[in-house]
Design a protein around this ligand. Structure first.
Ligand code: SAH
Ligand code: MG
Length: 197
């Protein structure tokens, strides 16, 4: 397992695959343990790095993960097999915005896919969160660009950074969820559904 994780880190760095920062995945793994989280939905598997590490936290932890890129999906499946987690991890090859989830609700949802679609992911998947469940989002600093969109020359990059800034505002003003932001790795948020009174 340890060897596989190192191989995945090397593969990701070689192929420019944006896997989560070590500090961030450690934070999330601790969180899963502390909150006794059992079933997780992940948006954006890439090669299964964060998926496998989250699933490794405890015997009973299971993860459903969604990936729309075929070669990454295949690589993810391969890695899940290598560590013998076929029963704990369900890899779905589809665009998350097209996925039909039925019935199941999750203790935690980890949003780590296209940065421009964060609000859409949040609004779609919040219905699949258990009461008292958590939504964690990665890359809210976007390599230090967030908060400085006006200084960015490239139109594409500026557009993307503005979308992340809008997502942060969306979380800050959200009536349904209470969000804490953490300056860990590339920036994480943890949103929890407020009690209805
Ligand atoms: N969670 C992974 C990294 C994910 S990188 C890890 O830390 O190890 C983001 C991934 O999200 C990419 O592989 C990309 O193909 C995928 N992605 C982006 N938008 C998506 C969407 N709408 N539906 C499914 N996957 C998406
Ligand atoms: Mg990420």
């Amino acid at each position: 397992m340890k060897q596989l994780i190192i191989e995945m880190e090397e593969y990701a760095s070689l192929k420019n695959i944006p896997i989560i920062e070590k500090e961030s995945i450690k934070f999330i793994m601790r969180f899963i343990k502390e909150k006794n989280i059992k079933n997780i939905l992940e948006i954006g598997s890439a090669i299964g790095y964060s998926t496998i590490l989250m699933a490794s936290v405890g015997e009973e932890v299971t993860v459903t993960t969604i990936e729309r890129d075929e070669s990454r999906y295949m690589e993810c499946l391969k890695n899940v097999k290598k560590c013998g987690f076929e029963k704990k991890i369900n890899v779905v090859f589809q665009d998350a915005l097209d996925v039909n989830l039925t019935g199941v609700k999750y203790d935690m949802i980890f949003i780590d896919a296209a940065k421009g679609q964060y609000i859409k992911f949040f609004e779609k998947f919040k219905y699949f969160l258990k009461d008292g469940g958590y939504i964690i989002t990665d890359n809210l600093k976007f390599h230090g660009h967030v908060g400085k969109s006006q200084e960015i020359e490239s139109k594409n990059l500026r557009g993307l950074v503005e979308k992340i800034e809008n997502y942060i505002t969306f979380l800050e003003n959200n009536e349904e969820f209470e969000t804490n932001f953490y300056d860990v790795g590339d920036g994480l948020s943890v949103s929890v559904k407020k009690d209805e009174k």
